[in-house]
Design a protein around this ligand. Structure first.
Ligand SMILES: C[S@@+](CC[C@H](N)C(=O)[O-])C[C@H]1O[C@@H](n2cnc3c(N)ncnc32)[C@H](O)[C@@H]1O
Length: 248
């Protein structure tokens, strides 16, 4: 028996579908895929905030980047992929940490790409307008420096906003991830907990293909790559445990 979820009932009413069967046919065969995207947007859990699991950003600046740049020359690209980005707090926190805490920032050509399956939340990320709750963990000095308080909330400045490129990607769709290559660091936090074992393993393989040899992956605090895949080396840094694609 198919249990119809509230979000599906809502969309059945909005699309005037009397039976679930009619709605399902529309989801499968609509050429534009618009209804599937609308339903996906309704079903996602977008919980996030600035400086969530901040110890990993300290690990990035103090341990991961110094390790990575040993294999780089001045002027080389350094590419970070944040998936899922949700409304942008995580990739923007990374951008702010690099601006504030990484002395070698100007020696490299930094690129931050942030992806999510939810197009509605990506639009909100590009806008960069945040609630009190979103910025509650952010150091006050950074809040004052990079945000403007408006009647609608905290507006992130254009310099930080333009340093992150947002793209729509379904991590479980190989066609979506195929062109994501040559990254030095991947942040994939608080998504794999929602995946089953098969999808987690596929995600580990996707990241393996997306990373440069010697590249790193950071997961959420309750997630462990060792339980998912043996493709990576465990690296225990003082700030956090992260995973590395072998150099050879
Ligand atoms: C709980 S948020 C995590 C956000 C952020 N990484 C953090 O840790 O604060 C989970 C996000 O995963 C996104 N998501 C769910 N399934 C996805 C998939 N297959 N591919 C890409 N993003 C996905 C959702 O849209 C949602 O924004």
């Amino acid at each position: 028996m198919k249990v119809v979820k509230v979000s599906e009932l809502e969309r059945m009413a909005a699309t005037d579908s009397k039976l679930f069967r009619n709605y399902f046919t529309m989801l499968r065969f609509q050429a534009s895929g618009e209804e599937l995207q609308t339903l996906t947007n309704l079903m996602t859990v977008n919980e996030t905030y600035f400086f969530r699991e901040e110890y990993q950003f300290r690990c990035l600046v103090n341990s991961i980047l110094p390790d990575l740049v040993k294999r780089k020359r001045n002027g080389d690209a350094l590419r970070i992929w944040v998936i899922p980005s949700s409304s942008g707090e995580e990739p923007y926190s990374i951008a702010i940490c690099l601006l504030e805490r990484w002395a070698d920032l100007n020696k490299f050509d930094i690129e931050i790409v942030a992806s999510d399956i939810d197009t509605r939340i990506l639009n909100s990320a590009r806008q960069g307008l945040y609630s009190d709750r979103s910025v509650a963990q952010m150091p006050q000095a950074y809040l004052q420096k990079y945000f403007r308080k408006t009647a609608a909330g905290y507006q992130l400045n254009d310099e930080v906003r333009s340093s992150v490129e947002f793209t729509r990607v379904n991590l479980s769709d190989r066609a979506d991830t195929r062109s994501y290559r040559h990254f030095d660091v991947v942040f994939c936090r608080n998504l794999l907990i929602y995946f089953d074992d098969v999808s987690r393993k596929a995600a580990a393989e996707t990241f393996y293909d997306a990373l440069q040899p010697g590249g790193f992956i950071c997961l959420g605090h309750s997630e462990s790559m060792s339980r998912i895949s043996s493709l990576y080396r465990v690296r225990k840094f003082p700030e956090a445990i992260v995973y590395q694609k072998p150099i050879e």
